[in-house]
Design a protein around this ligand. Structure first.
Ligand code: GSH
Length: 205
């Protein structure tokens, strides 16, 4: 299997953290693709041109990050990352959806920040930052139940919070969200996280 990959993408990072937690990293070859490059987007075998995109050994494209994570969890060995049914499945998927929404808003802020200052929209930036901090406040309410769980939901949340630190370095979300902060600061020490720290997209080559 091949993964269209970039060290700058939080959506890609979700997939790589899952691969490390399942111990299946060797089963997937990484193929670099810069999401800001038109040629690289065109070379990604998905109509969306976005990464992550997984290409299976028989040439099937699998995207996006939630689908890739479920695919790898289904076809590969290792600890289960997404319950197959029941309430636990919906809890994990809802947590992932919250985190993915936060990441999407931060990507929007990043894209806005690439524009000349006079063309940036303060409204777009404020709206999307608000989404991220609403997500953080909601996650604080359930952080006590995360415990030591490693699954698609907690992986996505950890990647989103790490990206929030990178996107909004001036904003202290920890003081108002102590349970989430304590959980994240412990999760962030896992090798799957320390080995996948994102590279700043501005310095990607
Ligand atoms: N919902 C997708 C989002 C993927 C995504 O937005 N990837 C970005 C990189 S972080 C990308 O490839 N952007 C290129 C583009 O929008 O053309 C997922 O979960 O995989």
């Amino acid at each position: 299997m091949k993964l269209r990959w970039s060290p700058t993408s939080p959506f890609v990072r979700k997939v790589v953290v899952l691969m490390k937690e399942k111990g299946i990293e060797d089963a997937v070859e990484k193929e670099k693709s810069n999401p800001l490059s038109r040629e690289d987007r065109a070379a990604t075998p998905s109509p969306l041109g976005k990464i992550p995109c997984l290409v299976t050994d028989d040439g099937q494209s699998v995207f996006d990050s939630p689908v890739i994570m479920e695919y790898l969890d289904t076809v590969c060995d290792g600890p289960e990352m997404l319950p197959k049914s029941g309430d636990a499945r919906w809890t994990v998927l809802r947590r992932q959806a919250t985190a993915d929404g936060m990441i999407g808003s931060m990507v929007t802020c990043f894209v806005e920040s690439l524009k000349k200052p006079e063309r940036q929209s303060g409204g777009v930036l404020a709206h999307n930052k608000g989404i991220v901090f609403n997500g953080i406040a909601a996650l604080e309410q359930e952080a006590a139940s995360f415990g030591e769980t490693v699954d698609v939901g907690t992986i996505s949340i950890a990647v989103a919070l790490s990206f929030a630190d990178q996107t909004f370095p001036e904003d202290d979300w920890r003081t108002d969200n102590p349970a989430l902060a304590a959980w994240f600061d412990a999760f962030d020490q896992r090798p799957s996280m320390t080995e996948t720290v994102l590279v700043d997209a501005q310095s990607f080559e």
